[in-house]
Design a protein around this ligand. Sequence first.
Ligand SMILES: *[C@@H]1O[C@H](CO)[C@@H](O)[C@H](O)[C@H]1NC(C)=O
Ligand SMILES: *[C@@H]1O[C@H](CO)[C@@H](O)[C@H](O)[C@H]1NC(C)=O
Ligand SMILES: *[C@@H]1O[C@H](CO)[C@@H](O)[C@H](O)[C@H]1NC(C)=O
Length: 375
Amino acid sequence: MASKDFLSSLASAFLLFIAYTAAATDGGDEGTALGASYIFGDSLVDAGNNNFLPTLSKANIKPNGIDFKASGGKPTGRYTNGRTIGDIIGEELGQKHYAVPFLDPNSTGQALLYGVNYASGGGGIMNATGRIFVNRLSMDIQIDYFNITRKQIDKLIGASKAKEHIMKKSIFSITIGSNDFLNNYLLPVLSIGARVTQTPDSFVDDLLSHLKAQLTRLYQLDARKFILGNVGPIGCIPYQRTINQLNEDECVALPNQLALQYNSKLKDLIAQLNDNLPGATFVHANVYDLVMELITNYAKYGFKTASKACCGNGGQYAGIIPCGPTSTLCTDRDKHVFWDPYHPSEAANVLIAKQLIAGDPKYVSPMNLKELRDL
Ligand SMILES: *[C@@H]1O[C@H](CO)[C@@H](O)[C@H](O)[C@H]1NC(C)=O
Ligand SMILES: *[C@@H]1O[C@H](CO)[C@@H](O)[C@H](O)[C@H]1NC(C)=O
Ligand SMILES: *[C@@H]1O[C@H](CO)[C@@H](O)[C@H](O)[C@H]1NC(C)=O
């Protein structure tokens, strides 16, 4: 008995050694590394799709991207000073290249196998969300586009390898919902927002039933490993704090309340999908609590402010005019939780991503992204 145990542990140690050596010799892309991430969502993870759209929501202007090493500090269309959470997660999990924006002419050939980014500034779950920006890709369209990529991957490596790649080697991340509140339900322009006709309850239910249909479509296209971010504390962004003239440590109640209402039902939806879609794993990313923790205890994480935007103008928190060439720019970018009136800085993104990759169940459940990758 004992000797058998010893032999089998010796055998597994040896296998582990082989696996480790193989990973180490070829750069870690076999076995353990993530093949691809297919990224859906809004400006929190847009990596440049809006550059190719006639839209009022754009980030390919300075000083966005000032800390993005891969572009030498040039703007790429990312709505932050450096990497997005999607970029960081891919990098940390061993993906070889950043997921390329779907609308970029470079999203072709082998590049598709490392992932594609469909996210779009201003986009939401609902088609009507973000209409004030004129153009943006909403979730339904983002999934239509993945359907196109899906067929391209079939062509590239053959149907059965493609299926394996999508099911086992790829993570599908979905960061959506903030704009459905900020640029739809909460819009003061009553003729645009859904608030005219719907109670918060019925709007939130609508969002989740559409999201459920959208996730089911991705499942039909062979997606199996999902991570879904909930909506962050959108009442605490510099924009909201500025227009409502709040004190340093206050947040606006209604947006946060709507986010929490949505988030609680999102959690139920995720549990339901984990039960009902065979072979699929949906990971819940508690972005709300993560960002709230950074905001509340910012000093503990090395930040100097969690209320003032690094790049922006207007009011007490530089929260009215979006970041652009004429904006006031802070000098200590890594000491600001917020890069601009709406979006976290790279420094905040790094802390959020680290928790999602290897953090505890309070923030990422039923497993973290390392475990999801290794399934
Ligand atoms: C496309 O790829 C080439 C070579 O990798 C790169 O030089 C170029 O900047 C990329 N174009 C865009 C729009 O990202
Ligand atoms: C968005 O529009 C498409 C048709 O273009 C429709 O099939 C879909 O149901 C709409 N989605 C939402 C969330 O309204
Ligand atoms: C993908 O596109 C094909 C048409 O090319 C369509 O028949 C199919 O329903 C689409 N799948 C999904 C899940 O949208």
